[in-house]
Each structure stands twice: as structure tokens, then as C-alpha cells.
Design a protein around this ligand. Structure first.
Ligand code: ADP
Ligand code: MG
Ligand code: MG
Length: 252
């Protein structure tokens, strides 16, 4: 079973400390949600975990199944089973969606162990159907001219095809209407198993109506300040974040 362990993680951007001691453990079979006000460092956590070069790790440890993640290059992290669905996926010209996916899968499987084209197509068809995606999608260029909703679905498709050990979903719900939201949730829920742990980062509670988290964490001022179960998300939705600040004596 996968285990992502984050201990006292400190991260700076341009010498400014953004993450100030993040502690979190995500195990296979668990869904964790991180919620918090804007600008508190949630996306910084996701980017730092994936090894974005702009983010300097100045302290702490991150391990995946006991292996030191911070020592790994970006592609090694992906091969080790980390997956990040990004808040703003970029466009890549001249590469079709299915080409991109197949090479990403093969990069992970390694030389001599490539997935057969037939098997790949069959699997992709099945998953696209579940995500209610148009067939044409496979042959379109990656993210070029995709609507916001299409990009999100595509990220979930990528996750389903790559079968990561730990998936990090950063605001996959932003800008989605309720139907698209349900489809995204359906994709994530279809992957629920002891083989995968999920970290969902979200500003709003509504996604959590469809993907039931096991643990909810409140993120403020660069760290997790409070943890609980699904009821915590409901209270945040109803009452906002002020009561947490008061409870913990946080000033902003
Ligand atoms: P959240 O995802 O919680 O809204 P972010 O992690 O995006 O927060 O941002 C946390 C802080 O780091 C903000 O003050 C933001 O301005 C700053 N920040 C994030 N990314 C960058 C970047 N690439 N360059 C400079 N500052 C950044
Ligand atoms: Mg933000
Ligand atoms: Mg963010």
C-alpha cells in the first residue's frame, strides 16, 4: 500500500517562505481534502511535491513508500507514482491527447514493457466513456482549445490511465458546472482502492459532496492548522474560516 509522508516541510519562492512546516500522511485507500483561504500556500504544496523548479525546499522531509521524494527529479516522481492534476494545465501543440497519454504510460512502465496499442485504446475508450468524453477528444491536440471543463475531465482521464499511487488534485473543481463536477467525482470514485491515496485541494466544499473525504485539513498561513473528518468541511462551508482563526488565535 502506498504511503506519502510529509514532515515539517518548508518551501520558499524567491526567498519568501510560503510553506512553514507542513505535516501530513496520506495512505493508500484514503482520501484527504485540504481546504483553506486563497493565497495560503495550497498550490505551493502541490507544486513542491511534484518538484517544480521555482519552489525551494528549505526544510523537512517527503517520502513515498519510504523513498526520499525530494531527491527525485520530476520524471522520477511521476514514475514513483505521484500524479498532479494542475490548476492551470498548459497547452501543448502538436501532441495529441492519446499520444501524450501513451508515452506517459510507457515512460512509467519502462523500456521493453510498453503497453500494446490495442490494450491502450481499449482501456482509454472505456475510461472516456465513463467520463462522458467525446471520442474526438483522443485525437485532439493536448489541451489546445479545450474548455475549462474539458481540461478537468482530461486530467481525470490522465489519472485513470496512469494509475498513480498518490494523486494530488489541485482545484479540479474550479469553474465546473454541477454536471461536470459529478463526472469528475465519478472518475475519482471509480479509482478508490487501497492501491491509491488521494489528496484533494479545494477552495469550496461542494466537490466533497460527491467525493467523500476520510480526512479534512484546514490550511492557513503555510501549514495545516486543523484536521478532522467530513463534518469539518461542512462547518467551513457554512461558517467560513473565521472561527478557525479565532479558535487558534491566528491573525491575518
Ligand atoms: P493557494 O493555492 O492557497 O491559493 P498559492 O500556493 O497559490 O496559494 O500561493 C501562496 C503564496 O505564494 C501567495 O502569496 C502567492 O502570491 C505566492 N506564490 C505562489 N506561486 C508563486 C510564484 N510562482 N511566484 C511568486 N509567488 C508565488
Ligand atoms: Mg489560489
Ligand atoms: Mg491554489
Amino acid at each position: 500500500q502506498p504511503k506519502l509522508s510529509i514532515k515539517d516541510l518548508h518551501v520558499s519562492i524567491d526567498e519568501k517562505e510560503i510553506l512553514k512546516g507542513v505535516n501530513l500522511e496520506v495512505n493508500g485507500g484514503e482520501i484527504h481534502a485540504i481546504m483553506g483561504p486563497n493565497g495560503t500556500g495550497k498550490s505551493t504544496l502541490a507544486s513542491a511535491l511534484m518538484g517544480h523548479p521555482r519552489y525551494d525546499v528549505t526544510g523537512g522531509q517527503v517520502t513515498l513508500d519510504g523513498e526520499d521524494v525530494l531527491e527525485m527529479e520530476v520524471d522520477e516522481r511521476a514514475r514513483a507514482g505521484l500524479f498532479l492534476a494542475m490548476q492551470y494545465p498548459s497547452e501543448v501543440s502538436g501532441v495529441t491527447n492519446s499520444d501524450f497519454l501513451r508515452s506517459a504510460i510507457n515512460a512509467k512502465r519502462g523500456e521493453g514493457n510498453e503497453i500494446s496499442l490495442m490494450k491502450f485504446i481499449r482501456e482509454m475508450d472505456k475510461k472516456m466513456e465513463l467520463l462522458e468524453m467525446d471520442e474526438k477528444f483522443a485525437t485532439r491536440y493536448l489541451n489546445e482549445g479545450f474548455s475549462g471543463g474539458e481540461k478537468k475531465r482530461n486530467e481525470i482521464l490522465q489519472m485513470m490511465m496512469l494509475k498513480p499511487r498518490i494523486a494530488i488534485l489541485d482545484e479540479v473543481d474550479s469553474g465546473l458546472d454541477i454536471d461536470a463536477l459529478k463526472v469528475v467525482a465519478k472518475g475519482v470514485n471509480s479509482m478508490r482502492s487501497p492501491e491509491m491515496g488521494v489528496l484533494i485541494i479545494t477552495h469550496y466544499q461542494r466537490l466533497l459532496n460527491y467525493i467523500k473525504p476520510d480526512f479534512v485539513h484546514v490550511f492557513m498561513q503555510g501549514r495545516i492548522v486543523k484536521s478532522g473528518g467530513p463534518e469539518l468541511a461542512e462547518r467551513l462551508e457554512a461558517e467560513g474560516y473565521d472561527w478557525v482563526k479565532e479558535e487558534l488565535g491566528i491573525e491575518d
